[in-house]
Every structure is written in structure tokens, then in C-alpha cells.
Design a protein around this ligand. Structure first.
Ligand code: NAD
Ligand code: IPM
Ligand code: MN
Length: 362
């Protein structure tokens, strides 16, 4: 008998391991997902997708249309990371990752930053800080389809002294609104506090739109809205992290502050993310915040926690809340016993924890 009501459910999930440490960390995440699935009475029907730097170098393919069409048909994607030093910058980042985010309309990038007991962090006493782990538990809702990532801009007079390169930040009312609406409803389900992070004192056009929309949406949702300039937000994330619960911000600011959030909560290896299509017109993609980490790839040193926590976000998105919570708790439990030093030790500790009988029928 399963521990919850999802008996007999099957979710089709595409595993896209990618490059570098991507396969190492998502193999662990996948094993953990299968372990909780058994306990909670559902099945993951795994499909695999071989895209990324290695695949590109071997075939010249970045994201063929038939592969995209196949991805559209699954329920979710678990992605490792893509990028190899021998592929020019942008080919995979724009051609694969951003194209997926745009084509699948993954307009929210959900990036929780939570400092778990047992993890060393610069905000804690002993490392110069003055906070407790529970003081740092915020979620960044990053707009994921617009802003400086939209691809507007270009180069003219290439090679001349007056070569000119532009990147334009695109911000549509509809795009900002749907992202802030997601963040406001998330805030309503947590503390009721939402912070807009932007740079309205300099980026007066986009900042004004974001701030007006945020005020309207927050009022409609009944949440308390505060505002922080992105530079000050970086300071406060370190100095006074309690002031943040749900942060909503544009694409590039969200990219940058989520790495800071990762650094404050143990490092990039700990940070999860979900590229969400909240309207569920297609699958969402779950991936650790980190990249392919070519410097440690193949050494068995990659921390799989970010990938496992991303898989937990995926299970929650698929409606498997109890299984998601169990996976998230497993990471915390392993950390409380002392952070494992290798990918293999992480896997062993997580699977041991997940197979222990804690009163759940299997
Ligand atoms: P990175 O995140 O790969 O690595 C930055 C640093 O963090 C490195 O020192 C690395 O060893 C460390 N690190 C990363 N993941 C770790 C883990 N799980 N455990 C322990 N340490 C970890 O960033 P980068 O070096 O700037 O980028 C490498 C490549 O990855 C580039 O091609 C970049 O474009 C790409 N990238 C891809 C994604 C993605 O697929 N979503 C995200 C970021 C970067
Ligand atoms: C991330 C990465 C990506 C981004 C890159 C690799 C396209 O840094 O997921 O944070 O900038 O969004
Ligand atoms: Mn990033």
C-alpha cells in the first residue's frame, strides 16, 4: 500500500544529463527519485535525451526540432548541465538552454536558497556572520523568458574601431505580470512578504514597469510588497538575509543573485532550480543552478544535492508532494550527519536514508 493517494500514477520524465558533472549528479537524483517513487506508489517512465556539448561536437546538432517535439510530450525534464570548454560560448547556452526556456514558455525560474543545518556558510557565527541557518530561507522567482536574455540586439561595423554591440532588455507588461503573479501567490502561501529586486533608480524604463506591475499584483494578491535595489539586495542577502522571503526579479538580476544565494547556502553544488511553465501548457525543466563544472568533471567530487533538490521540485510540480518532501528531508538529514565528501558517498547516504523504514509502508 502506498503512503499517499497517488497509487498507480506514471509520470513521463526525460533525463537530459548533458555534459561534465551533469550525468554524475543527475544519476544520483534519478536513483533517489526512483527510491521515493517506490515508497509512494508511483512510477517514473524515464526517457533519455542526449544533447549538449559532446553531442554537438559529434553531430553538429544543438536542439533538433524533432527532439524538441518529443520533449514537449513528456511531463517534465530533469537536466544536468550543458557546456564544454571546446564549444564556443553561446552555442549551447542560447541554442539549447535558452531555446528550451523560450519555446516551452518556462517563464518562471524558481530558485530556493535555504541554509540547511550542518552546512557551513558565511552568514553563520564562526565565519564572520551573526545569523542562524533558519535566518536564510528565501526563494528567488526569476523571470525566465525576457529581459537581457531575449536576444534583442546585434553588432554593426564589426571589426572596425567603431564596432558597436548592443543587448537590449525586453520587458513586456504581460511577461512581467505573469511572473510577479506567480511570485505573489508563492508569497501568499509562505510569509505573505514579497520583495521586488531591480535597479529602478537607473533602469528607469524597465524598472518603472516592473514596480507599477508589482504594486498592482501585490495589492490584488493581498501580499506585502517591499523593494530593494539589486546592489543593496546583495548586501542584505549576506548581512540581513531574514528580510527576504520571496524575491521577484528580472532575468539577469535573478541569474546573478541566485549564485550569491548558492554561495550563502553552501555553494553552487547545493542550489536547485525549476524552470516552470506554471500554465502547464508543456513540461517544466528542473536542473541544478550550477553548470557542467569542467574543472571537477569525472573526478567523483561533484555535489549532487542541487540536482536531488531540483528533482524534489520536479516531484512537487508533478503533484507528488509527499515524495518531494521526503527527498528534500533526505538531503537535510544527510547534511545533519555531516556533509559527504564525494558524489558516491552522497548517493550511498541518500539511498540509505530513503530506504530506511520510518513508518511509511513501501
Ligand atoms: P559552473 O557552475 O560549472 O562551475 C563554477 C564553479 O562551481 C566551479 O569551480 C565548479 O567546480 C563548482 N561547481 C559547480 N557545480 C558543482 C557541484 N555540483 N559540486 C561541486 N562544485 C561545483 O560554472 P562555469 O564554470 O562558469 O561554467 C561551466 C560551463 O557550464 C559553461 O559552459 C557554462 O555556460 C555552463 N553552464 C551551464 C548551466 C546549465 O546547464 N544550466 C549553468 C551554468 C553554467
Ligand atoms: C543558469 C545559467 C544559464 C543562465 C546559462 C548557462 C544560460 O547561468 O541557469 O543560471 O544564465 O540562465
Ligand atoms: Mn547562472
Amino acid at each position: 500500500m502506498a503512503a499517499d493517494g497517488n497509487v498507480g500514477r506514471t509520470h513521463v520524465v526525460t533525463h537530459l544529463p548533458g555534459d561534465g558533472v551533469g550525468p554524475e549528479v543527475t544519476d544520483v537524483a534519478r536513483a533517489c527519485v526512483d527510491a521515493v517513487a517506490v515508497r509512494h506508489g508511483f512510477v517514473i517512465d524515464w526517457r533519455s535525451c542526449d544533447l549538449g556539448g559532446r553531442h554537438y561536437l559529434a553531430t553538429g546538432e544543438v536542439l533538433p526540432d524533432p527532439v524538441l517535439a518529443e520533449l514537449r510530450r513528456c511531463d517534465a525534464v530533469l537536466l544536468g548541465a550543458v557546456g564544454t570548454p571546446d564549444v564556443p560560448p553561446g552555442v549551447l547556452e542560447r541554442g539549447l538552454l535558452l531555446r528550451l526556456r523560450f519555446e516551452l514558455d518556462l517563464y518562471v525560474n524558481l530558485r530556493p536558497s535555504k541554509l540547511r543545518p550542518g552546512v557551513a556558510g558565511p552568514v553563520l557565527p564562526g565565519t564572520g556572520g551573526k545569523h542562524q541557518p533558519s535566518d536564510l530561507d528565501f526563494v528567488i522567482v526569476r523571470e525566465n523568458t525576457e529581459g537581457l536574455y531575449a536576444g534583442a540586439g546585434g553588432t554593426v561595423h564589426r571589426g572596425s574601431e567603431f564596432e558597436t554591440a548592443t543587448e537590449e532588455s525586453l520587458n513586456t507588461r504581460a511577461g512581467v505580470q505573469r511572473c510577479v503573479q506567480y511570485a505573489a501567490s508563492l508569497a501568499a502561501s509562505r510569509s505573505g512578504r514579497l520583495t521586488l529586486v531591480h535597479k529602478t533608480n537607473v533602469l528607469t524604463h524597465a524598472g518603472d514597469l516592473w514596480h507599477r506591475v508589482a504594486r498592482e499584483v501585490a495589492a490584488d494578491a493581498g501580499v506585502e510588497l517591499s523593494y530593494a535595489h539589486v546592489d543593496a539586495a546583495c548586501l542584505w542577502m549576506v548581512d540581513d538575509p531574514k528580510r527576504f522571503d520571496v524575491i521577484v526579479t528580472d532575468n539577469l538580476f535573478g541569474d546573478i543573485i541566485s549564485d550569491l544565494g548558492a554561495a550563502l547556502t553552501g555553494g553552487l553544488g547545493y542550489a536547485p532550480s525549476g524552470n516552470l511553465n506554471p500554465d502547464r501548457t508543456g513540461p517544466s525543466i528542473f536542473e541544478p543552478v550550477h553548470g557542467s563544472a569542467p574543472d571537477i568533471a569525472g573526478k567523483g567530487l561533484a555535489n549532487p544535492a542541487g540536482a536531488v533538490l531540483s528533482a524534489a521540485l520536479m516531484l512537487a510540480h508533478l503533484g507528488e508532494d509527499a515524495a518531494a518532501a521526503e527527498l528534500d528531508d533526505a538531503v537535510s538529514a544527510v547534511l545533519e550527519a555531516g556533509a559527504p565528501a564525494s558524489t558516491g558517498e552522497w548517493e550511498k547516504a541518500l539511498l540509505t536514508h530513503l530506504s530506511a523504514d520510518r513508518g511509511l509502508a513501501s
